[in-house]
Design a binder for this molecule. Structure first.
Ligand code: FMN
Length: 143
């Protein structure tokens, strides 16, 4: 059983639906999952996790502002070789995914166990879940 940490933010609920689906699918695989927004990030908890997922939406062709300081905060944590993956919610361009994924790969030197996913904004939880299923399956395979 692995300890999975999800660090994310969501302004209007779309990324939240992705996170809810991830929590459900990964917990169903027998793992402990904890999802936190920027203010609740505890670096010791992140360091202790077996797997770290980071996700956030795109606003004005960039990462949601509230996640930027978290990416700096996590630079101080030893994440080298830790399993992880990035995810994003988007409307039409989705730049946030590349920003998060590049940081995880190049700065943190994490072991990205699944290619990042961009989930198109939707108010329908079932649609978000369906979009997330193959991503969650890859993560489960790697744990
Ligand atoms: C003011 C505004 C700007 C946005 N800018 C972009 C953008 O540049 N590219 C994009 O793909 N989506 C953009 N979006 C869409 C959001 O990324 C999308 O709605 C996302 O699902 C929001 O996630 P959240 O509900 O978790 O905050 C924008 C939405 C708003 C309201």
């Amino acid at each position: 059983m692995a300890n999975i940490m999800i660090v994310y933010d969501s302004l209007r609920g779309n990324t939240q639906r992705v996170v809810n689906a991830l929590e459900e699918l990964l917990a169903a695989g027998g793992h402990t999952v904890k999802a936190v927004k920027p203010k609740a990030v505890d670096t010791a908890e992140v360091e202790a996790a077996d797997c770290l997922l980071i996700g956030g939406p795109t606003y004005h062709k960039s990462l949601i502002k509230t996640l930027e300081p978290v990416l700096f905060q996590l630079e101080k944590v030893d994440l080298k070789g830790k399993k992880g993956a990035a995810f994003a919610s988007f409307g039409w361009s989705g730049e946030s995914l590349g920003i998060i994924e590049d940081t995880m790969k190049n700065l943190y030197e994490m072991d990205l166990v699944a290619p990042g996913i961009k989930v198109k904004q939707t108010p329908v939880a079932a649609k978000a879940k369906k979009a997330v299923e193959p991503f969650a399956a890859k993560i489960l395979e790697a744990l």
